[in-house]
Design a protein around this ligand. Structure first.
Ligand SMILES: [Mn+2]
Length: 381
């Protein structure tokens, strides 16, 4: 039996320009989480640490010191490290990032193999022969995937463990409207006699149903997703997969579990307050925000109507519940102060059309609110 730790789409060199005040923290965290994965792979006794592409965010502007830091972390793994070039860090032999990578490899003892040729890579692990078939990227985009050379091979079905590695979109799993990201289909992958497929490109984990506690069988195609959530739009907590392959004759038993590697999370929190329904802004903020980890980046959107007392100290309330986060931003243009008849009577003459209209809407807070805003707008003009 062999054990493989799988990660991908690590995107070292990602700049986080949207968050200038915590940028360094977010950049550093991707390294820290990556290092923890290597430690986990060691603890689990993994034979291979596999990176399924997009280890780096691009080919040309990654700082050499960052490339060196990645290589130092990978070199700390006792087993074999396999690095597949993805579409962001594609390989033709000319790319700066890979030249810096080669320079870094020369400075340390390591077991790192970059899979940059379309050919089988046999690896001996104890009594087993594992053969890696890489479909790496040679460009940022391609309408064709790179599985073609593997389909043409006659792959021995027994006597070796066959591991396919590929980078690109999987139909039905990754959105690829323009079909420009090395699109593959699951039946296409299943038809190639690999015991297991390690795929990268999709930033969320696939399959989604793996457990952290027990190994689950029944899957052969794996895409771990990025190891540390990248932004609000990336719906993962950051995982690596640990995959066991036990081969007897031509039959492979594959089982897998996941490991949560991410420690900083991005949350889009929407709070809808309705004073008419007796909501308390503070109670809702507490309910939605208290469960979140302090190491979070939060976007808070508040809408609806709040009673006067809470509305006037809303900024104080936001601070109370959000200041413990790494970073937070607020959108509350659509939060209004509750309109009460007392307030209407203060602002409009009792006999006015405005006052009469709003008295008539009493009891329907939404309509009252709308009427109030319309009338305010009219009176400004
Ligand atoms: Mn990619």
């Amino acid at each position: 039996m062999i054990k493989i730790f799988v990660t991908g789409d690590n995107h070292f060199g990602k700049k986080y320009d949207r968050y200038p005040e915590i940028r360094d923290r977010l950049v550093d965290n991707r390294f820290v989480c990556f290092e923890k994965m290597v430690e986990k792979a060691e603890q689990e006794g993994c034979d291979i640490f596999a990176v399924t592409g997009d280890l780096f965010d691009n080919c040309s502007s990654i700082r050499k010191s960052d490339v060196e830091r990645v290589v130092r972390i990978l070199a700390g793994f006792a087993g074999r490290v396999l690095v597949l070039p993805g579409n962001h860090d594609y390989y033709t032999g000319e790319e700066k990032v890979w030249k810096d990578f080669d320079d870094a490899l020369r400075t340390c003892d390591n077991n790192i193999i970059r899979l940059d040729r379309f050919e089988p890579y046999p690896i001996e692990i104890a009594e087993e022969t594992v053969v890696i078939y890489p479909a790496f990227c040679r460009s940022k985009h391609s309408r064709e995937n790179n599985l073609g050379w593997i389909k043409k091979m006659s792959v021995p079905k027994s006597g070796q463990i066959n591991v396919g590695m590929a980078h690109g979109a999987i139909e039905g799993v990754t959105p690829d409207m323009q079909k420009e990201y090395f699109l593959m289909t699951e039946p296409e992958l299943q038809a190639i006699p690999m015991d297991v497929w390690l795929v990268g490109h999709t930033h969320i984990p696939y399959p989604g149903g793996l457990s952290e506690d027990e190994e689950i069988g029944g899957y052969r195609i794996f895409n771990a997703g990025t190891h540390a959530q990248t932004d609000l739009h990336n719906n993962t907590r950051g995982y690596g997969f640990i995959i066991s392959v036990d081969k007897q004759g031509d039959k492979a038993q594959v089982s897998a579990k996941k490991y949560q590697s991410g420690t900083i999370f991005f949350y889009d929190i929407a709070v809808r307050v309705s004073s008419a329904e007796g909501d308390s802004l503070e109670a809702l903020l507490q309910e939605k925000l208290d469960p979140l980890e302090a190491e979070s980046v939060v976007r808070l959107t508040v809408t609806g109507s709040a009673v006067s007392e809470e509305y006037s100290r809303r900024r104080e309330l936001y601070k109370k519940y959000c200041d413990r986060f790494l970073s937070w931003e607020l959108q509350d243009d659509e939060l209004h102060e509750e309109i009460t008849l007392d307030r209407v009577r203060e602002e409009f003459a009792e006999s006015s059309f405005a006052a009469k209209l709003m008295e008539a809407l009493q009891g329907d807070q939404t309509e009252l609110q709308m009427a109030y805003e319309l009338l305010q707008e009219c009176s400004r003009e």
